[in-house]
Design a protein around this ligand. Sequence first.
Ligand SMILES: Nc1ncnc2c1ncn2[C@@H]1O[C@H](COP(=O)(O)OP(=O)(O)OP(=O)(O)O)[C@@H](O)[C@H]1O
Ligand SMILES: [Mg+2]
Length: 326
Amino acid sequence: MSEKILEIRNLHVTFETPSGPLEAVRGVDLDVSAGELLGVVGESGSGKSVTFLATMGLLPTRAKVTGSVLLAGEQLIGASPKQMRSVRGRLLSMIFQDPLSALNPVHRIGNQIAEMLQSHQSLTNREAETRAVELLDIVGIPQPNDRSKQFPHEFSGGMRQRVVIAIAIANNPKVLIADEPTTALDVTVQAQILEVIERVQERFGTAVVLITHDLGVIARVADRVNVMYAGRNVEQGTIDSLFDHPSHPYTRGLLASLPRPGKQRLKPITGFPPNMLNPPKGCAFHTRCEFAAEICKLDLPELQTFGDLQTACVRAKELPRAEVLS
Ligand SMILES: Nc1ncnc2c1ncn2[C@@H]1O[C@H](COP(=O)(O)OP(=O)(O)OP(=O)(O)O)[C@@H](O)[C@H]1O
Ligand SMILES: [Mg+2]
């Protein structure tokens, strides 16, 4: 097992809202190893973005964050704003869920990359500009020298997303968090952007956390996957083990609803994600789970090792083998 670069332990995030406290993240444990591509999947509202915004120290101050986040051994929970500014962009970068608005419309592309470089490295303007052009080349922008002098509105959506990636990797971070980096793009451009992310991971040994609700994307590019439901990690493991024999009923449901060639019918998960202001007691999935028993309504299940997977389901061992591949 390679070195763990990011270790999240017992992370809780609670927002004070007009309707009362909303616990968006409810005890997440998650590891990212150096150089790996970890997929994080789960329905809308399951706490994917909040988990990593907390990791980046980017939540509003009214959010209460507890637990431990170690990045290369450095504790980020409770770190000062100054310490977090030094970490962000240098050790840890994030591509946000709405990346197309992440660029400043009135600044030239090359200057925006140079600014990120100079915020963490002592480079002259000339050096930063040269490096910015190299970065545009790395993310696949043609004629990077000319392009670096242009403004965001002169770039297509896919091109702008490449620029956002160039900014995120400018200082060669150890971990790159990509939050739904392809949702706003059409399918062919999505595939190209995923290729750029994979290329960065391979070329620079950057660990990547790819957040998505699309298990198909995860299957294509990730080494391991974490499945989130209602602010918890409900299953984690390698891609092969998760796709070959998912144990958690929620993961089974996700796989059964995945389109496959030759598959006759998709079987969506019934019901809706829970209201996080008042999540179900016990296992939050029990209200939608075809295997739920009385015990599931009582106890919050912890992750347990089950073959090659870790699964938070008290019934996982006794359930029939999933027939997701049929
Ligand atoms: N700033 C905030 N204030 C109050 N509640 C919030 C805030 N940000 C997120 N939440 C709530 O936290 C929960 C988790 O949200 P999060 O954005 O992490 O979901 P997600 O898994 O990223 O979903 P999506 O796939 O839609 O991006 C949701 O119930 C959401 O409404
Ligand atoms: Mg999100």
